[in-house]
Ligand binder design. Sequence first.
Ligand code: ADP
Ligand code: MG
Length: 728
Amino acid sequence: MSTLRFQALKETLNRKPIKIEEPARRSEIFSSNVFNETIMRQFLTKEAYENVIEAMRTGKKIDRNVADHISTGMKEWAISKGVTHYTHWFQPLTGATAEKHDAFFEPLGEGLAIEKFGGGQLVQQEPDASSFPNGGIRNTFEARGYTAWDPTSPAFIWGTTLCIPTIFVSYTGEALDNKTPLLRALQAADQAATDVAKYFDKNVKKVNATLGWEQEYFLIDSALVASRPDIQLTGRTLLGHSPAKGQQLDDHYFGSIPSRAIAFMMDLEIECMKLGIPVKTRHNEVAPNQFELAPIFEEANLAVDHNSLIMDVMKKVGERHNLSVLMHEKPFAGINGSGKHNNWSLATDTGVNLLSPGSTPMKNLQFLTFFVNTIKAVYDNEELLRAAIASASNDHRLGANEAPPAIISVFIGSQLTKVLDELEKVTNGKLSPQEKTELKLNVVGKIPEILLDNTDRNRTSSFAFTGNKFEFRAVGSLANCAGAMTVLNSIVAKQLKDFKVEVDKLIKDKKMKKDDAIFNVLRDYIKKSKKIRFEGDGYGDAWEKEAKKRGLSNNRTTPQALKAQVSKKTIALYKELGVMNEVEIEARHEIELEEYAMRIQIEGRILGDIARNHVIPTAIRYQNILIKNVTGLKSIYGEEYTRHAKEQLEIIESISAHIASINSNVNAMIEARKVANKIEDAEKRAFAYCDDVKPFFEEIRYHCDKLELLVDDELWPLTKYRELLFTR
Ligand code: ADP
Ligand code: MG
């Protein structure tokens, strides 16, 4: 009998939900572990407080001696909460977060010691950067990396450690992390959007991008995961036959949450409250044991930090409940995978959501301006957006037969489509007073009412407008949102910049009124970007054909998709906005290609091992049982035995055939890996893994899964899909 599998099942069946103590009111613990403005007032001098607030709002540099005051205040607050260590908390290009803890404790000699945390330690540190991916940047420049405090994201306490959000850059200034380009992109978006928003309201001084992410994940008992080397090491199942029942009955989505899962969620939410992460929504997702979590949206940089943090916190809280949190985009074949919808908008410092229609025609013209510019930005940069969400794991969703497809398109609903169709008819040049009145009354003026009863909810679109924000749905559940947010905010920044130039030119050269000029430019944009708009079923084959006709890209694999990251257009875009220079762009491209190849390499090795060490020996064991049975029958019935052993003989043969196929495919896969490993060029190597190694996965899996159906259940060593998905 296969002990590990059955032990794991027994353990899982015996588990009870952990009882979670709810605080009287969650609002009372909200942000209690965050060095927020209220706490700053308590622990900082007035001068230090004002400096931090200014740095947060305007990005102004903090003076060294002020930094000393701030660090002392932070330390006192942290110690009062039982903290012993501090760390710079950053997001290297591994996609995860990194931390190295240092104690406050410092010996003074002669048996004396103090707790110390100086301004220098707050502002800047030098982690050993050589072990983080750098795409050759550090070799080229022979420079070390350092982390530098990002005051726009507040310090927080996790466990007994004070965590200080930082950027991570080389000494020559090249970004080595996900946060630095994001901050630069957000600044570019702020500047461009503020300039455009001033057409409508002179008082606007700052525009913040906002992000509300929705995190999907699976919860699987940790004992069951421990019985599956593939899940343990790659985050997904590399084999396993589909269960008789999957999600076809739709009985999990929004259903009552299983009791161990709800205990996990409560525990997690309480931790989130303390960390100031405003989590709000929790529910079952479509697949069995799949769930979703979403906070209220925040300023994008903070929201990205919070998502990175929560992915870490989820794993730790999961441990307390003996649950493994699978964030992989496709842990199980045949049922839904996980994504991370990124809801995005732009908000002014005067409190206006620029993608929300308003109560006056002018406010709606503002809405239309940002709405149409975003669509145009997506159209002009659809390949770069696709590149932003490319990864080995997300390829299982995007390129495969699951939505959203690898094609980027924008859904806006039939009502707004009608509005854009009307606007397309606007006169070229100055508008007559009648035309303007007509537009303002019947087209622009009606938008809020339209949106109120807009029930369009296209779930198959990769980029959908949902009333007062765009929802970028193709982002992977495992991804750091910074990638998608850097691209989206950059392309919108560039677009708004160009828009401003065009409108100003019409005002100056053609002596047009401001709103005439805006209507004229929007009309052109609507026409030019029409091909990206798609209202139909994004999952169907028809859309693939149609998209091809329209000239939209359909980059199904990561190596293919990543090409757009280093195109001339992308380099020019990032250079113009100051988001990344060529060295940084090339480095990132190389890192992502390398990561891709490594992930496929690891999966290939593990699949090969499991197939050879688990599946084949088990199949042989069962085959031997059958052979014994057949020989037994022969000894009883003599030559007549075939009458009784016909089925057994067939199974024996089919087992042999599957074993042979597995073995030859594993051998061929190993050979393909050897060839790929010898390729120096990162892109060519990634393509080799994609085109020559990966195709073996399905072949090998097919035969293993067939054996799973043939072999005695008692012998099968790998916990089955049915058990992984339905034991709680
Ligand atoms: P769903 O898309 O699942 O129907 P909602 O439309 O209610 O759910 O909202 C989904 C997410 O959109 C939430 O996480 C919310 O915080 C976020 N969101 C709402 N408004 C904005 C905004 N202006 N900017 C960014 N995110 C937003
Ligand atoms: Mg959503």
